[in-house]
Design a protein around this ligand. Structure first.
Ligand code: FE2
Length: 388
């Protein structure tokens, strides 16, 4: 038996934000990142739509970094005092994931972080509030997904909280939100979306539903990501929807080693999530090709990459990822990103160990030992081909 869960409603396209005018409720907490959503007038727009629905709002701002347990704790008081019936995460992955985690502990004050970390074990939410995601970047698909990635402030380790209770009630995907997205954000979040498509297409729990979304998303990203990076607004809109499709795929098929590695090395090396994915993806494709080479070849064919044999097609897919990285200024190794060799050597054993515990390792198509995980990190640090 399979399950496929996405938000109850997804509004997308020009003026999708207007749907907020028909919400029912009294109060909404809006969780945002830095100042850009204020400066470009989009926060005002959202608040005025909510005002038309007679919904009061309170803004929690400054969620500029990937969220931690401490950050979530710091803002819980605001939620408890204000008692919203809607929580709206507006931003890239960080504000949306932070808002989801605040939602969990607002609903369930007695739950510990350790309990929340157990995959697919959350108690029911929605006893006090419902959740809306409004993305301002094109990659994390947190507005669609059943995930919230939180760093444990005590250990510095990132944990994906995963449960279909966390799937938003409503996703509002309006292209106006990404018109002024900076180039670096387009590149990093774009590589996140590319990784979601490719990992979901080969992940163990993939289904015919997730396959169709993953491969269509990848084709759209192939056609439009670079053009969006170069400033084309029509392409930017297409990428904004493609990343949501990739989100529908990975929320249900889960992911693989690229994400385990990115989660477990990101905070230590200060590599943003999407950038880490762009770095690791080619190496993990090399590692997985012995078990899902046919799947990678199918993707390569869909992108009309060159190659007559399965091996040539997989090589082409790897080169396609590397070229996309190069074109958008995403490094192809950790060394190139600027991680010092000393720092790498100091942490690689622990990171490999931690990555083994990440839920994404269990859904990677090829079984992975701790030793192999370490070798994957080393390959991605030094830029060595993965031949094991
Ligand atoms: Fe991701």
């Amino acid at each position: 038996m399979n399950r496929f869960t996405i938000p109850r409603d997804i509004y997308f396209g020009e003026n999708a934000l207007e749907t907020l005018e028909s919400l029912e409720g009294k109060k909404a907490v809006l969780v945002i990142g830095g100042g850009s959503v204020k400066e470009n007038g989009n926060l005002d727009k959202i608040q005025s739509h909510l005002a038309k629905a007679n919904i009061e709002t309170k803004v929690i701002e400054g969620i500029t970094e990937e969220p931690s347990t401490q950050l979530v704790q710091d803002h819980l008081g605001t939620l408890n005092e204000y008692e919203p019936d809607w929580i709206i995460g507006i931003g890239g992955g960080s504000p949306m994931d932070a808002a989801k985690a605040m939602w969990i502990f607002y609903e369930r004050p007695n739950l510990s972080f350790e309990d929340a970390m157990q995959p697919f074990n959350l108690p029911g939410l929605r006893t006090k509030a419902k959740f809306i995601g409004i993305p301002t970047t094109s990659g994390t698909a947190s507005e669609i997904s059943n995930l919230s990635v939180i760093t444990d402030s005590e250990t510095g380790v990132k944990h994906p909280l995963a449960d279909f209770e966390l799937t938003p009630d409503l996703a509002v995907i309006d292209p106006v939100m990404v018109e002024s997205m900076p180039q670096k954000v387009i590149a990093y979040s774009g590589m996140d979306a590319v990784t979601h498509s490719i990992e979901a297409y080969v992940a163990k729990p993939r289904t015919t539903f997730t396959d169709s979304l993953a491969i269509e998303a990848l084709e759209t990203l192939d056609e439009h990501l670079l053009s969006s990076y170069k400033g084309n607004q029509e392409s930017r809109e297409k990428v904004h929807y493609a990343q949501a499709m990739a989100g529908m795929a990975f929320a249900n098929a889960v992911l693989g080693n690229v994400h385990s590695m990115a989660h477990k090395s990101g905070p230590t090396f200060e590599v943003p999530h999407g950038c880490a994915n762009g770095i690791y993806l080619p190496y993990v494709i090399q590692f997985n090709r012995s078990v899902v080479g046919d799947r990678f070849a199918k993707m390569a064919k869909r992108l009309e990459l060159k190659g007559d044999t399965e091996g040539q097609l997989v090589d082409s897919l790897i080169e396609w990822v590397r070229e996309l990285n190069r074109e958008m200024g995403v490094p192809n190794t950790l060394k190139e990103f600027g991680v010092s060799e000393d720092l790498f050597k100091e942490h690689v054993d622990q990171m490999a160990k931690n990555a083994m515990d990440d839920p994404c390792t269990g859904t990677n198509p090829r079984e992975t030992s701790e030793e192999e995980m370490k070798k994957l990190f080393e390959a991605a640090y030094y830029g060595k081909e993965v031949t094991f």
